[in-house]
Design a protein around this ligand. Structure first.
Ligand code: ADE
Ligand code: ZN
Length: 335
């Protein structure tokens, strides 16, 4: 199974580029940008990764990204993710970035996006990894700030496929951003939002995503399984869910393998993703392999999870079909 997973073509639809910042890179950037760190070795940084819920994770995540300052820093960050993706046979991805986490520190939007874009172009050319970028708004910042950033990104409209919503979910419901997402829809962006695991008011948040925001997919969304009407609407609308097994383990002490199997059985388009792999110490193959082990997943289930990702990806029909054909060829030929 491990070998089968490693060789399988995959799409990753839920990965925060800032969540791919490796401890060694934090040190290299701190030195180049003359920034003092609280830690003296990358090992000490990893030892301080003590996450048990979303706020405890976000605190460390935002502190570390202070080392990202210049265009080349964002370029290197994204290049390193694409190299990991290529090594894991991720052939297509839709990574998130969090511009407000950088503009709030005085970094220009242009610096961030041109660095990431250059890495995307190089990855497509040199690694054969195709990607489309998703811009996330930080839900613990104001709706006004989100709207400003939506307007800020319009000169780069062609470089961004969709918008998302992440960061601290507590008391920051989708409805807070109704006008921002309505405007994003008018501008032609695809829409997604985090509905993180076991958050306060989570069922209401998922309901608002469906009926108020009318999202094109949901990030996480595992708690939808606790409400029959949410399940029915997600299935009827063919909405995808970007589930992150190893990330979930920090919150619920399991890879949510039973929940993922239930989603497959109910016809919900669940997918496997890494979320913040440098922090959770698990990239795509690790997520698939550990999930298969915990849930004793069959090859058919693993292939279905990968097929779902291509099916819900924001790709034109011909590209989607080409990837699905590649996956089918692989699953039929693998011994
Ligand atoms: N930002 C980065 N990772 C996140 C996650 N898993 N949930 C919410 N916001 C995030
Ligand atoms: Zn996430």
């Amino acid at each position: 199974m491990k070998e089968f997973i490693e060789g399988m073509p995959k799409a990753e639809l839920h990965v925060h580029l800032e969540g791919t910042l490796e401890p060694e890179h934090i040190f290299a950037l701190a030195q180049r940008n003359s920034i003092e760190l609280e830690y003296s070795t990358p090992e000490e940084v990893v030892a301080a990764y003590d996450f048990h819920d979303l706020p405890s994770f976000l605190k460390i995540y935002y502190a570390a990204m202070n080392v990202l300052r210049e265009e080349v820093d964002f370029y290197e960050l994204a290049c390193q993710y694409f190299e990991k993706a290529a090594a894991d046979n991720v052939v297509y991805c839709e990574p998130f970035f969090d511009p407000q986490a950088h503009t709030s520190r005085g970094v220009d939007f242009k610096t961030i996006i041109t660095g990431i874009r250059r890495a995307q172009e190089d990855a497509a050319k040199n690694l054969g990894v195709e990607s489309n970028l998703i811009m996330c708004f930080l839900r613990d910042m104001s709706a006004e700030s989100a709207m400003e950033h939506l307007e800020m990104c319009l000169p780069y409209r062609e470089w961004i496929i969709g918008v998302g919503l992440d960061s601290d979910e507590k008391d920051n419901p989708p409805s807070k951003f109704e006008a921002v997402f309505a405007r994003a829809r008018e501008e032609g962006f695809r829409l997604t939002m985090h509905c993180d695991v076991n958050q306060k008011d989570i069922h209401e948040h998922i309901r608002e995503c469906l009926d108020l925001i009318k999202v094109d997919r949901i990030d996480h969304g595992v708690n939808s399984l606790e409400d029959e009407s949410l399940i029915r609407d997600i299935v009827d609308r063919g909405l995808g869910l970007t589930v992150c097994p190893v990330s979930n383990r920090f919150v619920v002490q399991s890879l949510t393998s039973e929940e993922i199997r239930t989603m497959l059985n109910k016809g919900m388009k669940a997918t496997v993703n890494s979320d913040d792999p440098a922090y959770f110490r698990a990239y795509m193959n690790d997520n698939f392999i550990e999930l298969a082990e915990e849930g004793n997943f069959s090859r058919d289930e693993i292939v279905q999870l990968s097929r779902n990702a291509f099916e819900i990806a924001w790709l034109p029909a011909d590209r989607r079909q080409a990837y699905i054909n590649e996956l089918e060829r692989y699953s039929q030929s693998a011994g």
